[in-house]
Design a protein. Structure first.
Length: 387
């Protein structure tokens, strides 16, 4: 009888609970039944509880869910061989570019905009006197700086390029190539402008032989043609087109990230504008230049991005499809940008050339003003002497 009790305790009760309190209870019961003999069994019970048993009795149906070594290895993730984070992949923005969905096309345009922003950032930095490292960093900052500020400040999360590292590689590659290759592109542009101007001159001379236009009018028209060619050409048009594509694409993706983070419509629109313009803002600060989006020394830039993001959010609220939201927003943003470039649309500023407008910035006096001030000082001195 005592032997059967010890077998029951060893085979049934021990696998259920293996803590020190139950072991003490089992030892007490065993010692009260069979004395020293079962007390030795109690020592064996302690050993079996503290170690992982592989006997069939320990793996019976009364045991807790699988706690064997192999099951723990299966449950624990393999950090070395685990696949990296795939990043964002949904209907509005695919993970990689493709031609059969609006989200895939948007991703491809995002890559193109990233390369364009890195190119313009590197060129701007080189014109400001930065070296190859500074130009490369400026290109990367221009490309991913807007999204970084959006994620870190507005959405309070880690930047997107920590998971989608291809943007860093794309910015670095574009910045380095631009630094070394762009001077040759500028030489080609200069030669191309000369050829275009000479060709237009020959065509105009042939037309003037058959017309009655006076010499002064011919020279005026030729001067206007030359000035137009010096200001804008095919390369400038291509860069502006790519820049408008990047501007609208970044505005859409920024607005999408604001929506996915649960932000209000106004904040999501600001996220779109920040994504597409704050990279250039950081570039201008780094290069010591006037910030483009808040100065009217060039045509408007940030308002088209804000309009594009707002159109996307409004179309989403109205229940439009992802393709309709994307293309309507891109059409509005790029269209307003092209109108601004063609008509030189700038926001209104104060006329700082006049006085009494409340401008607190002191203007450097001209030579005429200095002469007049010196004349006034001499006249007042004379008046003082007379008095």
């Amino acid at each position: 009888m005592n032997h059967s009790v010890s077998v029951y305790i060893h085979s049934v009760l021990v696998p259920r609970r293996c803590n020190q309190q139950n072991i003490y209870t089992l030892r007490h019961l065993s010692s009260s039944s069979s004395g020293n003999r079962v007390g030795g069994s109690g020592k064996r019970l302690t050993k079996s509880c503290t170690s992982t048993s592989s006997s069939p009795s320990a793996l019976s149906s009364n045991t807790p869910p699988s706690t064997s070594k192999s099951s723990l290895q299966r449950a624990q993730p393999n950090l070395l061989n685990s696949s990296p984070s795939l990043g964002r992949d949904d209907a509005s923005l695919a993970r990689y570019p493709n031609l059969y969905s609006a989200g895939g096309i948007l991703r491809g345009l995002d890559y193109a905009g990233t390369a364009t922003f890195a190119l313009t950032g590197s060129v701007t930095a080189a014109q400001s006197g930065l070296d190859v490292f500074g130009c490369t960093m400026a290109g990367v900052i221009t490309a991913v700086g807007g999204g970084t500020i959006r994620d870190a400040i507005f959405l309070n999360r880690k930047p997107f390029w920590t998971e989608e590292t291809e943007y860093i590689y794309l910015g670095l590659f574009t910045g380095i190539v631009t630094f070394f290759a762009w001077p040759s592109v500028l030489e080609w542009q200069k030669e191309h402008k000369k050829e275009t101007i000479n060709k237009k001159r020959r065509i105009q001379e042939e037309q003037n032989k058959q017309s009655t236009i006076s010499l002064n009018e011919q020279q005026q028209e030729q001067t206007d043609t030359d000035e137009e060619d010096d200001c804008y050409d095919e390369l400038d048009g291509a860069l502006d087109t790519l820049d408008a594509i990047g501007l609208s694409t970044f505005a859409i993706i920024g607005a999408q990230n604001g929506v996915r983070a649960g932000m209000p419509m106004l904040v999501s629109a600001i996220c779109g504008m920040a994504t597409s313009t704050f990279g250039g803002l950081t570039r201008d600060v780094l290069c010591g230049r006037p910030i483009r989006i808040v100065h009217s020394n060039a045509e408007v830039y940030a308002p088209p991005a804000l309009v594009g993001a707002t159109i996307y959010l409004a179309a989403k609220r109205w229940g439009a499809s992802p393709a309709m939201r994307i293309w309507s927003s891109m059409g509005m943003c790029m269209g307003s940008r092209f109108i601004a470039i063609k008509n030189d649309v700038k926001l209104h500023t104060w006329d700082t050339t006049q006085d009494n407008l409340g401008i607190t910035v002191r203007k450097r006096p001209t030579v005429k003003n200095q002469n007049s001030s010196s004349t006034g000082a001499s006249n007042s001195a004379r008046c003082g002497q007379r008095r």
